[in-house]
Design a protein. Structure first.
Lengths: 312, 336, 319
């Protein structure tokens, strides 16, 4: 179906392109699941804008659609295209490691963005850039403790099962809560899969099941607002403290109205720019720490005006 | 031809002979499963049979239920519709996004128009070009999901003023103490059931699904009949989108993902055969409610949400099997 | 690839899907400088091997007039078993994974055979239920292989050919021969073409159906093991929606949903078409949202063309 001359021709073509492209970096990125929520979509456009601004970067933007197998294929494709660097937003913290290792072995530096990969893979990446999700869970636990005055019953609506961000936020929250507030009890956790409608249903079930709920911790504001909707529908919103993470515009507005206690401010624009900058620093040969966290502060009604309303 | 396949309404008059009891048990098998299941759950969880819990479950089930009504009509007409999940995402994103731009009334009208247009595309491809419905709606599932993402640019859509819009009525409102989604579900079920069982149109759909060749020879315009079932399916999806959009006051682009399978599971559980020409809206209503109560009951008992899938697996096969066994008067097939 | 001619022994006509495959192959060769390279072509083969292996089994099930929607869930379960049980022993893990596929296929087949319930319903239920079993087994966690030997196998090559591509092509050859050269293959066509007549002719219809469900269960499990070897890990959501792509590929390859007609070579064309489209559109940087639309539109177009062009010849099945 193909012949040797064609292969030879394409090999020559490829070497010419690389020769010409000495001054511009070619960076490939494979994202987790663009379109599943606004954060990821805003990240993508911010990344493209940042690359445009940097000037000397050609980017190839791919989306794995949440499917690990497809992401591995995409990493292989990027290796095949001999990218100067590969940025990966892992669909799964463990399953992508062999593909990352393959890129590493092919001499292509890999930068992991947004969501961490497992320990075993750290030696194959040049750097990680993203938020510290465990710390976010810890911050949320502290906010919950403050808001409840040290006593009460809380439920948790977590993100997509098996997804590192979901796991880390839950871990941080569950570990910190009993330390700061031994009298606050976490009665149940159910996944809301980053989906507002599903979170709303989960909360409705919680509300029928438990007569006393004093606080809800949601893995992100999108789900948190779903929980708020459910509580409003049951007429119990006033008695419940809502705390989320990844402040969405709807969450920001709800904090402003006083319906939502607090969240973690995390900008996809910062996230995307940090990822690109990390990749450029690696390519420029700068010394970087392995883990590069960008700031994700607590946001409540008190410090609301210090932050711009999120665009997503 | 058609009338023979129509659902019998009400309980059949059964004699108390052993055979009669057997046939009654299998004829009403789904209902009995349903009641036994309810009883079992209520033993394990005191909240299960509370009025607020029952209302919550029915309200949650109403979105799947409304869609299932339309898909049941498509199935009676001898076809399938797997595109309803993507279509639900499309319609919900559309109505929520347009709400703040052109006002609720226009948004709702436009959303119904576009949803019906998608239904018309399905109907044209399957009714007039006679393409296989499974594959066409599978392709549409992918294509419509892409369209949603292109339309919204992948962003979530939200309604800014959640408190001040009458759009809240469809998903959050109450009439006479009953939630509007439940009323809408019930109303649609009654209307479509009457259309399917009492009108010439309904008889024609049964005929087309039961024996297409005979239907054509008897002068029924099969193309138009099949086409119309997809309009009904799209209309039901649009109603569901109204409820969903109003309930959440926002939408993600993949909000309807996987609904097509839950809808099918509900319909099958209710006992409507996938072969076409038979089935009823009542059965679908019971099937969908049953799915809802299984999920809720297991959750209340403290089992994780995925255990319901295993239970559904077993019940679906048992229910359909018993139904078949009763029709052929033997538990197993005879061929080797 | 050079043996395509040999594959067509006794069948001069080239299937329409192959014309399409060749057309998009040429198209992408011009559109992207990276497309036409050995590395990329083997990439396509490796990436299609997952869907491809399942599609081989699915072809038989669909020629039989049945369908199997549970393959994605079986793939996921097999992958998790293959990785999760490795601590005990690699052999045991792989045997358990493949065994689970065979067992679940047998259960599906037995239910379809003995109860007479429509395969769509049986396997729709199984699709939910097996995913549930998988979540129970994994407790919603991902598993990963503690050493890299497993993933090294998934990434390894013999000469210029990746091992996974070789396994896939060998399975294509075997299944092509099974379908065209054995009595089981001939009976599969007969059962799908006219079930009543085949019973009258003394064909053991139920047994053939069950064997085909076992075959597709085995291939789904094999695909799961091989996919997990590429990742050195398994995730509980692995394989979700794969049944849809498998069915799409098999239908693109010319197998009729009503049964009685189809071929492995056509199915190979179908999976390659999807694989090349995905790969080519990635290389051309078509935005992900448009890829979904393009795939949907192409599938419908192929159906329409098939209907218009191929009406008389589609009935003829050479066995």
């Amino acid at each position: 179906m193909f012949n040797k001359t064609a292969i030879a021709a394409s090999v020559i073509m490829m070497s010419i392109t690389t020769a010409q492209a000495q001054d511009t970096y070619r960076i490939g990125i494979t994202q987790n699941n663009v379109g599943v929520d606004s954060y990821q979509t805003t990240y993508e456009s911010a990344f493209e804008a940042a690359a445009e601004k940097a000037g000397n970067v050609d980017i190839v933007v791919l989306d794995a659609g949440g499917d690990v197998a497809r992401q591995i294929g995409q990493v292989r494709n990027l290796i095949q295209q001999q990218m100067d660097a590969i940025i990966i937003w892992p669909t799964n913290g463990q399953a992508v490691i062999p593909a990352i290792r393959q890129a590493h072995n092919a001499g292509i530096p890999v930068i992991v963005t947004n969501s961490k990969i497992a320990e075993a893979g750290l030696e194959f990446i040049s750097a990680f850039s993203g938020p510290d999700n465990v710390q976010q869970g810890i911050s949320s636990a502290e906010m919950m403790c403050d808001a409840l005055g040290g006593e009460g019953k809380v439920v948790q609506i977590s993100g997509q099962p098996g997804y590192t961000t979901a796991l880390e936020r839950a871990t941080g929250f569950e570990k910190r809560l009993p330390e700061v507030c031994p009298d606050v009890e976490l009665v149940e956790t159910q996944p809301g899969n980053w989906n507002r409608e599903r979170a709303q249903r989960v909360m409705e079930d919680f509300l029928t099941k438990y007569d006393q709920i004093d606080g809800v911790y949601s893995g992100d504001d999108n789900m948190g607002v779903g929980a708020l909707n459910a509580a409003k529908g049951a007429g119990r919103a006033d008695e419940i403290i809502f705390i989320g993470a990844t402040n969405f515009a709807v969450g920001y507005d709800a904090i402003e109205r006083g319906e939502y206690y607090g969240s973690i401010y995390q900008s996809p624009v910062d996230d995307a720019e940090a990822a690109l900058q990390t990749a450029l620093d690696v390519l420029a040969g700068k010394e970087l720490p392995k883990m590069n966290f960008f700031e994700t502060p607590k946001i409540t009604a008190e410090n609301l005006e210090e932050f711009d309303r999120p665009v997503f | 031809m058609a009338s023979a396949d129509q659902p019998k309404s009400g309980l059949p008059g059964v004699k108390l002979s052993k055979a009669g009891v057997m046939s009654f048990l299998s004829a009403q098998g789904i209902l009995i499963f349903f009641l036994l299941g309810m009883l079992a759950f209520s033993l394990f969880s005191e909240q299960f049979l509370s009025q607020s819990n029952i209302m919550t479950v029915i309200r949650q089930a109403s979105i799947i239920g409304i869609i299932a009504i339309g898909v049941t009509v498509v199935i009676i007409g001898g076809n399938l519709d797997l595109s309803v999940g993507s279509m639900l995402s499309f319609s919900t994103v559309l109505v929520v996004d347009l709400h703040d731009k052109i006002g609720p009334t226009n948004a709702i009208l436009l959303m119904f128009a576009f949803t019906l247009m998608i239904g018309a595309v399905n109907g044209f491809l399957i009714g007039f070009l006679r393409l296989n419905s499974l594959i066409v709606t599978l392709a549409m599932l992918s294509a419509i999901q892409g369209l949603v993402l292109i339309y919204s640019g992948g962003q979530n859509v939200d309604i800014a003023d959640q408190e001040g819009t009458w759009f809240a009525f469809f998903g959050r409102g109450y009439l006479g103490g009953i939630a509007v989604p439940i009323l809408l579900f019930g109303l649609l079920a009654i209307v479509v059931q009457i259309v399917m069982s009492r009108t010439g149109y309904g008889r024609r759909i049964f005929a087309v699904g039961g024996n297409p060749m005979a239907a054509v020879y008897s002068g029924i315009r099969k193309n138009w009949c099949v086409f119309s079932t997809y309009l009904i399916s799209a209309f039901c999806v649009a109603c569901a989108a109204l409820v969903l959009g109003s309930r959440v006051m926002g939408s993600q682009n993949n909000v309807g993902q996987g609904y097509e399978l839950l809808v099918l599971a509900g319909i099958i559980l209710g006992g409507t055969s996938l072969l076409g020409g038979a089935g009823s809206i009542w059965k679908t209503v019971i099937g969908v409610l049953m799915l809802g109560f299984i999920q809720n009951g297991l959750l209340l008992m403290g089992y994780p949400y995925y255990t319901q899938w295993i239970v559904t697996w077993v019940i679906i096969i048992l229910a359909v099997w018993l139904d078949l066994a009763n029709k052929r008067k033997s538990l197993f097939t005879t061929h080797s | 690839m050079t043996s395509i001619k040999g594959f067509f022994r006794g069948r001069a006509k080239i299937q329409p899907i192959w014309i399409f495959v060749i057309a998009i192959f040429i198209f992408f060769s011009f559109m992207s400088e990276y497309f036409l390279s050995w590395g990329n072509i083997t990439n396509i083969l490796v990436q299609t091997s997952t869907i491809g292996l399942i599609a081989l089994g699915m072809t038989l099930v669909m020629i039989n007039g049945n369908i199997d929607l549970s393959v994605g869930a079986i793939l996921g379960l097999a992958a998790s078993l293959a990785v999760g049980l490795q601590e005990i022993s690699m052999t045991l893990a792989i045997a358990a994974a493949l065994g689970a596929g065979i067992l679940l296929g047998a259960i599906n087949g037995l239910i379809v055979w003995k109860t007479g319930v429509n395969a769509f319903i049986v396997t729709l239920g199984a699709m939910l239920g097996i995913r549930g079993l998988l979540f129970v087994y994994t407790d919603e966690q991902s598993f990963y292989a503690s050493n890299f030997a497993f993933s090294d196998f998934g990434m390894s090559s013999i000469g210029p050919m990746p091992v996974l591509a070789i396994i896939f092509l060998v399975c294509v050859l075997i299944m092509h021969l099974v379908l065209t050269r054995t009595s089981h293959g001939r009976n599969t066509f007969a059962v799908g073409g006219n079930p009543e007549a085949s019973i009258d002719a003394g064909i053991r219809l139920g047994r053939h159906m069950m064997i085909n469900f076992i075959i597709v269960g085995f291939f789904a499990a094999l695909a799961g093991v091989l996919l997990s070897s590429q990742m050195g890990a398994a995730t509980p959501n692995l394989g979700r929606d794969y049944e849809l792509w498998v069915i799409t590929a098999v239908v693109l390859g010319g197998t009729k949903l009503t049964g009685g007609s189809g071929s492995i070579i056509g199915t190979l064309g179908g999976v390659l078409a999807i694989g090349i489209l995905r790969n080519g559109m990635n290389l051309m940087q078509v935005p992900a949202f448009y890829v979904l639309v393009v795939l949907g539109v192409i599938l419908i177009s192929v159906l329409i063309i098939d209907k218009k062009v191929n009406v008389p010849s589609s009935k003829e099945v050479r066995i």
